[in-house]
Write a protein that binds this ligand. Structure first.
Ligand SMILES: Cc1cc2nc3c(=O)[nH]c(=O)nc-3n(C[C@H](O)[C@H](O)[C@H](O)COP(=O)(O)OP(=O)(O)OC[C@H]3O[C@@H](n4cnc5c(N)ncnc54)[C@H](O)[C@@H]3O)c2cc1C
Ligand SMILES: *[C@@H]1O[C@H](CO)[C@@H](O)[C@H](O)[C@H]1NC(C)=O
Ligand SMILES: *[C@@H]1O[C@H](CO)[C@@H](O)[C@H](O)[C@H]1NC(C)=O
Ligand SMILES: *[C@@H]1O[C@H](CO)[C@@H](O)[C@H](O)[C@H]1NC(C)=O
Ligand SMILES: *[C@@H]1O[C@H](CO)[C@@H](O)[C@H](O)[C@H]1NC(C)=O
Ligand SMILES: *[C@@H]1O[C@H](CO)[C@@H](O)[C@H](O)[C@H]1NC(C)=O
Length: 548
């Protein structure tokens, strides 16, 4: 025992980045949570719970599972259960799922921001973690420092581990991901950090919610860690608004429940018991939308829609941000194995570079923005190298288009590159992608044995010839911008919620999801969102224990 401990400590000294990893082992899908799932049509018209969680998504599922350890919990999710849409359960179904026509119920809800960039959000139990690319990497240190939360770092660590040993896998690197990994190192994105879930400058392989067999284990499987008899999950339950009542403190209103409709259009009320709470985990579009529909937001905006004001707060729906994604698509000269993101390059200049490979059995042009517009009839394999950067600094806003209907998506604008620092970061990042194209490792993907980028066949735009020219690089960034789907904001910590994620000016109401971020954490946000769900759940249990 002592020797083992000594060896572990020694390995830490020799390899400071080596982690004690406890990842998931069983890779079968675990549907135990279905015992708690019911169609909203089968729920009573009025019921009470200790906690009501709006949105069974990436943060909502771990939060609900944790609170159910001691209290009764109702999760209201507008989407269906994953079994209704098996494409969400496998890597093979990922693209089909994203490209499926949006019929108002399908798991990938499409929206186009006022910037003109097509985007998507999850509408299924498990949320966007069921339609995403599965890459799992923890937050950067700057996030903890600047998120406005006084983190208990031991609890943060425990919360990550709880998530990781349930649904995170270390899969074998695909052939293309190892070519890409070598290219990053050859292009100077060092050091080589091996396999790590931590945010480290350099090149690393990280975890995935896809296992080696390509099965997806999203946030929904965190519900398996609930005390299922205390948990009820209603699917196809669309929350319309929060109900408020005057509390014993006359200066502020208290959330006392929510109104939701089922798929037959019937209205239900769910109420909270004494000391209970309503917690919004409806995501960066859904949570600010619900606060506004419920009368919390800018007075002008709410008055213009005749929504009675519960609490005036000019910042609800503000600071909406989306990290711009720019990519280069290389047509492979041979059939590459499809691969989800397994490797990331993180530069000290805040750039993040990832890649995927996939066959192109789809007829173009595509409605969806995952790929560039093109009209190739051929069956091809494509390697896409994508770049984003930390932040961004540019922000926009979200506004309601209708006062009555939650099903009417709000208008969102992100104002990509409105801050010059963002454009400069994109230019740096795309130069690094240019360096990648010069590496020996990527030569394998050339059609012809020519110098530099000449030998590649690109699908869609290639990088400007003169990459030292800021103006043409800037034009490239603006003209090829699309989304990494890491949009966030609308209910920022310090502006809309306080350091415990409680909605300012109200009682018994919190927001726990990506709408609270002032920057997207780490390379990709889902790890942090799942951690926060677990973390806030544990904090609430602690606080209630202490109050007894
Ligand atoms: C295509 C795509 C690829 C991505 N790839 C990655 C990746 O590889 N790695 C990574 O870390 N991140 C990735 N992301 C980003 C990441 O998945 C999201 O940032 C994250 O899942 C958001 O979590 P959330 O809890 O804030 O919201 P969500 O997970 O979206 O949860 C919100 C939930 O609330 C529900 N809801 C909303 N409104 C209502 C309402 N009125 N009533 C009832 N329910 C409601 C929604 O249906 C949804 O289930 C990707 C995202 C997308 C879309
Ligand atoms: C829920 O019930 C409605 C009405 O019976 C039905 O149309 C719908 O398909 C059901 N949904 C699920 C997920 O079972
Ligand atoms: C975060 O804060 C700590 C303590 O103040 C500091 O040592 C560290 O350098 C900061 N890290 C970043 C990335 O800002
Ligand atoms: C993963 O790699 C290991 C070591 O090379 C190999 O033994 C194993 O079979 C691989 N698993 C899969 C599913 O490819
Ligand atoms: C009412 O709430 C406000 C804001 O939190 C607080 O300052 C005040 O002390 C409270 N009053 C009572 C009587 O609890
Ligand atoms: C590339 O752009 C830089 C900066 O604008 C310029 O100085 C240089 O002459 C250009 N090189 C070529 C070959 O055009």
């Amino acid at each position: 025992m002592a020797t083992a401990l000594f060896l572990i400590m020694l390995s830490y000294i020799l390899h400071p980045h080596l982690e004690v990893l406890a990842l998931a082992t069983s890779s079968d899908h675990d549907f135990s949570y279905m015992k708690s799932v019911q169609n909203a049509t089968d729920l009573p018209l009025e019921e009470s719970y200790d906690y009501i969680i709006v949105g069974g998504g990436t943060a909502g599922c771990p939060l609900a599972a944790t609170l159910s350890e001691k209290y009764s919990v109702l999760v209201l999710e507008r989407g269906s259960a994953p079994v209704s849409y098996p494409n969400v359960l496998s890597a093979n179904g990922l693209l089909a799922n994203l490209l499926q026509e949006d019929d108002g119920k399908t798991p990938a809800q499409r929206f186009t921001s006022e910037d003109g960039v097509p985007n998507a959000r999850g509408r299924i139990l498990g949320g966007s973690s069921m339609i995403n690319v599965g890459f799992f990497s923890r937050a950067d240190d700057q996030f903890y420092n600047e998120s406005g939360i006084d983190w208990d770092m031991d609890l943060v660590e425990k919360s990550y581990q709880w998530v990781e040993d349930t649904i995170v896998f270390r899969s074998n690197l695909s052939a293309f991901q190892s070519i890409f990994r070598k290219a990053l190192l050859q292009a100077g994105v060092g050091p080589d950090n091996g396999f790590s879930l931590k945010h480290l400058v350099g090149t690393k392989t990280s975890g995935s919610t896809f296992d080696n067999q390509g099965r997806r284990h999203g946030a929904v499987e965190l519900l398996n860690r609930a005390v299922l008899k205390n948990l009820r999950v209603a699917v196809e339950a669309y929350v319309e608004r929060i109900i408020f009542s005057s509390s014993n403190n006359a200066s502020r209103l208290s959330a006392s429940g929510v109104i939701y409709t089922d798929s037959k259009g019937k209205t239900h009320r769910a109420l909270i018991r004494e000391k209970g709470e309503v917690i919004l985990s409806a995501g960066a579009i859904g949570s600010p939308q619900l606060l506004l529909l419920s009368g919390i937001g800018p007075v002008h905006h709410l008055s213009s829609l005749h929504i009675p004001i519960v609490h005036s707060n000019p910042d609800v729906g503000n600071f909406m941000a989306d990290n711009p994604r720019n990519n280069i698509n290389i047509v492979a000269p041979y059939a590459l194995d499809p691969s989800v993101v397994q490797v990331v390059g993180i530069t000290s200049e805040f750039n993040i570079i990832e890649a995927i490979s996939y066959p192109l059995p789809f007829s173009f042009p595509q409605p969806f923005g995952l790929f560039p517009k093109s009209t190739s009839p051929l069956q091809l394999t494509v390697a896409t190298i994508v770049e984003k950067f930390t932040g961004p600094q540019s922000t926009g806003s979200l506004r309601l288009l209708s006062s009555a209907k939650v099903k009417v998506s709000p208008a969102v604008r992100f104002n990509y590159f409105s801050e010059t620092v963002d454009l400069a970061r994109c230019v740096k990042g795309m130069r690094k992608v240019g360096d990648l194209l010069e590496t020996v490792s990527l030569e394998e993907l050339k059609f012809e044995d020519l110098e530099g980028a000449e030998g590649f066949k690109f699908l869609g735009p290639s990088l400007p010839k003169n990459q030292s020219d800021d103006a043409s690089m800037g034009t490239f960034c603006r003209s090829t911008v699309t989304t990494f789907w890491h949009y966030h904001g609308g209910c920022l910590v310090g502006k809309v919620v306080d350091g415990d994620y409680r909605v300012k000016g109200t009682n018994s109401l919190r927001v726990v999801d990506g709408s609270t971020f002032n920057a997207s954490p780490g390379t990709n946000p889902q790890a942090t969102l799942m951690m926060i769900g677990r973390y806030i759940g544990l904090k609430i249990l602690q606080q209630r224990r202490a109050a007894k």
